[in-house]
Design a protein around this ligand. Structure first.
Ligand code: ADP
Ligand code: MG
Length: 632
């Protein structure tokens, strides 16, 4: 007798169901995608307990004809794909015709559906994949799909479900991710009778993101938008200051489909190079649009992975979009008027907010926009050639300088450079000046340098707000940027007293391996005897007193793999040099130096230290008034 059996369609469905329907959240995903494919404008998802007892998805889409309502549950039943050629350019979420078959095979389903033009609708009930009842029924236009007792006939599956709470939260996450991909569809999620979220469906990505991710996340997002021929990307990336400990807040959509993509993830993260702390990840919502033929969605059963036909173009598009947004970011609170998109994000237009009409969630947008501030303020825009420093005064109208004497810049010393005898005289002359590139050419707002607090924070009054600047972090960034811009080798200074380094074997190897790079960056290190090395020169910017600490720090970074490739190593070394060269906390800094840092920050060139810490923060008049209970 033959040993080979052809499985019955029923058993085949049960096996296939295992792939498509892993847990209640998978049902939500499939049903929501069907609703989107049906052209719904509004979708309501309801779950009870963890979803296994009850899931209901209602849409106002195109519905199904009575004769289709029963067929829809057969395996490979789909209205979205007719032949092989169609597979080349799938524009719908579904196309495999598997979901309804799989879901109904392991649950009890009730379908109610009516096409908008039809008088009456159809009701179909199924249990374990078998139709129980089918007939005419009155129902609203669109489709309601109700799934009960999920996995009732597959106890093994049921056993693998987590607690109701965990399953419910997976359902919420999935529904949210689906909803976030469709700003043009209003999605409401109800969990155990309570509304969990609601997106307005006005087609605006800002109101969608605001409604679904909440104010706290939304306020740190910068808009991105870029086009390249038939490809375009829009969405948001987070400010480097809002880096997160994991990638849970990264959302990528390709033509409305939520996808996982190492390519897009790295395109976004590359844009944060040198602005995000190691081990921190940006948040992002990235909507990629490209022709259906330029992407293959049929490479993964759950269709969460895709293949792009032009990976490099896609990468570049996303990378440049993110980079442009980060470059434009304003950390001084001054430039918000020139940034319509983030203002929109904080403040969905009243029309957009209206359908969302949940008063508690309505944003306090006038505060964020500070619209009245923009109007009140007159920027001092300079014209003509950049004036010399002495002529810059008109820009600083409100700047009172009771203590300031006009110093010859070349005589300005760094605060802690004087304490160092090993320094050659000409190198003790180091100013913040040479770190700033053409700040003088940038129009700055009026400001008043109030002074320095705690030997670290520069206090500036500007535009009716208090701007606080971390002087070390800001200066570090200025130096880092300048060193990085320098194509050629970094200038070195010979140490008057060379430093002897006693190194272990691993460190010696690292030093040999990276010798060329180190010397390019201004470090001159020579072997001396068995395991000693002599440090003869360090980058000109650096304090010779920090020479030893700098080399030790660099070796440590190379050792712990913080610098996986030569480019990263170069950046890491420059981080160290910039940090050691920057003015330090705990020392008084000359007013003129502070001034230069302030101007660099106000010009918008300096926003994050090379590790991603913000260099400035704004305390608004309103925040101060609140602190003193002048307003509540
Ligand atoms: P697929 O989505 O891959 O086509 P499904 O099993 O999810 O397969 O759905 C089968 C068919 O049932 C769809 O092709 C569609 O014609 C119909 N259908 C399912 N859900 C809906 C819905 N919410 N509104 C209208 N038609 C639907
Ligand atoms: Mg489907």
């Amino acid at each position: 007798m033959s040993e080979i059996n052809i499985l019955s369609p029923h058993v085949a469905d049960m096996i296939a169901a295992g792939e498509v329907v892993e847990r209640p959240a998978s049902v939500i995903k499939e049903l929501m995608e069907n609703a989107f494919d049906a052209g719904a404008h509004s979708v309501t998802v309801e779950i009870r307990d963890g979803g296994a007892t009850f899931i209901r998805v209602q849409d106002d889409g195109k519905g199904m004809a009575p004769e289709d309502a029963g067929i829809a549950f057969l395996r490979h039943a789909t209205s979205k794909l007719h032949d092989e050629a169609g597979l080349e350019a799938i524009g719908t979420m579904g196309f495999r015709g598997e979901a309804l078959a799989a879901i109904s095979a392991v649950s009890e389903v009730e379908l109610l559906t009516r096409r908008p033009g039809d008088e009456s609708g159809t009701r179909v009930t199924l249990s374990a994949g078998d139709i129980q009842d089918m007939g005419e029924a009155g129902c609203p236009a669109g489709t309601v799909m109700q799934v009960k007792s999920l996995f009732f006939n597959t106890p093994a599956r049921l056993k693998f479900l987590k607690s109701d709470r965990a399953e419910a939260s997976a359902c919420v996450q999935t529904a949210l991710r689906c909803a976030l991909g469709r700003p043009e569809v209003s999605v409401r999620l109800i969990r155990d009778g309570k509304e969990e979220f609601f997106s307005p469906g006005d087609g605006k990505i800002e109101s969608c993101v605001y409604a679904l991710l909440g104010r706290d996340t939304a306020k740190d997002l910068l808009p991105i938008s870029l086009e390249d021929g038939d490809m375009s990307v829009s969405g948001f990336v987070s400010s480097p200051a809002a880096g997160r400990g994991n990638r849970a807040m990264q959302f990528f959509y390709c033509n409305g489909r939520l996808i996982r993509s190492a390519l897009l993830q790295s395109a976004v993260e590359q844009a944060y190079k040198n602005t995000l702390l190691t081990g921190r990840y940006p948040a992002c919502v990235v909507y990629l649009k490209l022709s259906n033929a330029a992407v293959d969605v049929n490479v993964h059963p759950a269709k969460t992975e895709v293949k792009f036909s032009q990976e490099k173009r896609v990468f570049d598009l996303v990378y440049h979009a993110a980079l442009a947004a980060l470059t434009k970011e304003d950390r001084t609170g001054l430039d918000a008027a020139a940034k319509p998109a983030p203002a929109k994000l904080y403040a969905p237009s009243p029309a957009a907010a209206a359908p969302a009409a949940r008063p508690a969630a309505r944003p306090d947008f006038y505060r964020s926009m500070k619209a009245e501030d923009f109007r009140a303020h007159n920027y001092s825009v300079k014209s003509g050639p950049a004036p010399r420093r002495e002529e810059a005064a008109p820009v600083l109208r409100s700047y009172e300088q009771p203590y300031q004497t006009r110093l010859d810049l070349s005589a300005v010393k760094m605060p802690d450079s004087t304490k160092n005898e090993a320094l050659r005289p000409e190198q003790s002359v180091k100013t913040v000046e040479n770190s700033v590139q053409s700040v003088e050419n940038t129009a700055l707002p009026d400001y008043k340098l109030l002074g320095e607090a705690l030997k670290l924070y520069i206090l500036v009054e500007t535009r009716g707000e208090l701007l606080l600047i971390d002087k070390h972090a800001a200066h570090e960034r200025m130096i880092f940027d300048r060193l990085k811009r320098q194509e050629r080798s970094v200038m070195a200074q010979t140490l008057l007293e060379s430093v002897t380094l006693h190194l272990g074997e691993e460190e010696r190897e690292l030093l040999e391996e990276n010798g060329e790079l180190l010397s390019e960056l201004g470090f001159e290190i020579e072997a001396y005897g068995e395991d000693d090395y002599i440090l003869r020169a360090v980058p000109a910017d650096m304090e010779p007193a920090d020479a030893r600490a700098a080399v030790e720090e660099i070796l440590e970074k190379l050792k712990t793999g913080k610098a996986p490739d030569p480019k990263a190593a170069r950046d890491e070394i420059l981080h160290t040099v910039a940090c050691k060269a920057a003015i330090k906390a705990g020392y008084n800094t000359d007013r003129q130096e502070l001034e230069r840092i302030v101007r660099a920050v106000l010009s918008g060139q300096v926003k994050y230290c090379p590790h991603g810490r913000p260099v400035s923060a704004v305390l608004s008049r309103r925040e101060l008034d609140k602190l003193f209970k002048r307003i509540v």
